[in-house]
Design a protein. Structure first.
Length: 71
C-alpha cells in the first residue's frame, strides 16, 4: 500500500538552502521544522527564516540583519 504524506522542511528565504540535520530528516509539523532550524543556528528576522550564511550581527542596531541577496 502507498499513501500520500505531507512533510515540512525549513528553507532559507534568502538563498533557498534547505535546513538538513545529519540524518536528513523532514518533519511532520511546520513548528518542528522551524524549531530544528533555530537549534542549528538559523534566525528568524522580520518573519523570514535565514540560514547562518545569510545573516550577520549589526552592532548599530544591536541585532541580526539579513545579508544582501547574492545575484
Amino acid at each position: 500500500m502507498i499513501r500520500k504524506v505531507e512533510m515540512y522542511q525549513a528553507l532559507c528565504d534568502n538563498c533557498g538552502k534547505t535546513c538538513m540535520n545529519k540524518e536528513g530528516f523532514v518533519w511532520s509539523e511546520e513548528r518542528l521544522a522551524i524549531e530544528d532550524a533555530l537549534y542549528m543556528g538559523w534566525q528568524i528576522i522580520d518573519d523570514k527564516l535565514y540560514c547562518p550564511n545569510c545573516f550577520e550581527y549589526d552592532y548599530k542596531i544591536g541585532g541580526y540583519k539579513p545579508k544582501k541577496k547574492s545575484v
